[in-house]
Design a protein. Sequence first.
Length: 148
Amino acid sequence: MGESADAGPAEPGPFEPLIINFCCNWCSYTGADLAGTSRIQYPPNIRIIRVMCSGMVHPNLVIDALTKGADGVLICGCHIGDCHYIDGNKKAESRAEAIKLMLTDLGIEEDRFRLEWVSASEGARFGEVIREFTEKVRALGPSPYRTH
C-alpha cells in the first residue's frame, strides 16, 4: 500500500462575501424566483430573506447584519409607483439615506449597502444586480466586523 503524504491545511480560496438580501414578497422575491426558473446565473453569495415590503426593513436590521459578520446587505423592492403597500418603497428609500449615515458613523463603507428596485418580471435584472453587488463587495474585502 502506498503512503499518502499529509497535505496539511487547505489553502484558503479567494474571499467570498456573505450578502444578506431582503426581498419584498410581491416583486423582488418573485423576480428572484424568475431568475431561478429561467436558469439565470448569479453568484451564490446571497442569503435571501423574504419580507412583505421593502419598507418593513428597519435600519437596525441592516446595521445588525453588517455588525454581526455580513459583508454586504442588499434590499430589493418594487419600483416606485408599483408598491403593493402604496408607498412602502418610498419609506425604504428614505431609510436608505439614514442607513448610509449610520454606516459612516460605524466606520463601515457605504458600498456595503445597496437599495434596488426589481419587479416580478425582471429575473435577468435581479441576476445582474446580484452579480454587480457581489463584485463590489468582493473588491471591498471582508467586513471589519467579520469574525471568520
